[in-house]
Ligand binder design. Structure first.
Ligand SMILES: O=C(O)CCC(=O)C(=O)O
Length: 327
């Protein structure tokens, strides 16, 4: 059976007498047990249609940035096609009167890659391209529990946290988190600048030395982020400001409640900025963990910490970087 909804095409394929599978051109597929009763098969297929349509709408709306997505246009009922052959192989199914016809799928099914989870200590080469590798190194237990507890409460109380104002298309907005900056040079992102602050808090200079000797990197600056609860977040971005130089190494230390650090690969040019089919990674960053981002990671991937809609306690994230004077 072949069916078209407002976001793509569906196909119902009978695997054998017992099972049938519903495919959607967006990539989602599901297998159902068949009783042989066509109306039951229609109900299962329709459920699948509804779920995938909802997901498709959500994704499509998320892609429309800076303006409201138009409500989806529902197609007018299709003219029924003439009845045809037996119920095996693939047939066409349209809303309205039940009619079936054999038809090949119009386009190949495209799968959305499954999100991969990284949670164990290790070195992860997440992508390769001719100019280099994108590499992550995860040390989930970089700090001992007691040391991490003490650092968290000290930094929460003693750092000069404040809410930064950024600018986008001439409009100002408050960052949904608190920050502070350490380094001999200022740091500009999202059209606003964090002023230089050469005097490091002693806990932070101690941490910098131990991260440098553990990782082999060297850092002259630090961006501190504080997520007060699950509503604080950082949106998709790459740390690719010119002042960070080419292929920056960034050391990210987390304290406090665990939050999900997500990465998504930059889509190839022919996708025109559509991230639907890109590879995705998910890394729960727990209290005392250290994540190193190296090589082409900032060129080929974006990262975010999304809002969470259940209780989350405060979390501090420290990203050690090297800043170069801008020409
Ligand atoms: O909080 C985090 O883990 C990520 C912070 C981040 O992406 C950044 O500072 O650029």
């Amino acid at each position: 059976m072949h069916y078209e909804d407002r976001i793509g095409t569906f196909q119902v394929v009978f695997c054998d007498g017992t099972y049938f599978r519903v495919y959607h051109s967006l990539g989602q597929a599901a297998t159902y047990q068949s009783s042989g009763d066509l109306s039951e098969i229609e109900i299962s297929a329709q459920k699948h249609v509804n779920i995938v349509s909802l997901m498709g709408d959500k994704r499509q709306r998320a892609r429309v940035q800076g303006c409201w997505a138009k409500p989806p246009v529902r197609p007018t009922a299709a003219k029924p096609s003439s009845p045809a052959g037996p119920c095996s192989g693939s047939t066409s199914w349209k809303a309205g009167p039940r009619t079936y016809e054999f038809q090949q799928p119009s386009k190949p099914i495209r799968d959305i890659p499954e999100e991969k989870v990284i949670e164990k200590a290790g070195v992860y080469d997440i992508s390769h391209r001719p100019s280099g590798v994108s590499r992550l190194r995860l040390f989930p237990d970089f700090l001992q529990q007691e040391e991490a507890d003490w650092m968290f409460s000290t930094l929460l109380a003693e750092l000069p946290w404040s809410q930064k104002t950024n600018y986008r298309q001439g409009e100002s907005y408050e960052e949904p988190r608190l920050t502070c900056w350490y380094g001999e040079l200022p740091y500009t992102y999202s059209n606003s600048t964090l002023q230089a602050k050469a005097e490091w808090h002693p806990v932070l200079s101690g941490l910098r030395s131990s991260i440098e000797s553990h990782s082999g990197g060297s850092f002259n600056s630090l961006l501190c982020n504080m997520y007060r609860d699950g509503r604080d977040s950082i949106a998709w971005h790459s740390d690719n400001e010119p002042s960070l130089g080419a292929r920056p190494t960034i050391a990210s230390l987390s304290l406090g409640d665990t939050r999900i650090f997500s990465l998504r690969k930059q889509p190839p040019p022919e996708e025109n900025g559509d991230y639907t089919y890109v590879e995705r990674l998910r890394i729960p960053l727990a209290h005392g963990s250290l994540l190193m981002m190296e090589g082409c990671t900032q060129d080929d991937w974006q990262h975010q910490v999304a809002k969470e809609y259940h209780d989350r306690g405060p979390r501090i994230n420290l990203t050690f970087r090297t800043i170069y004077p801008e020409p």
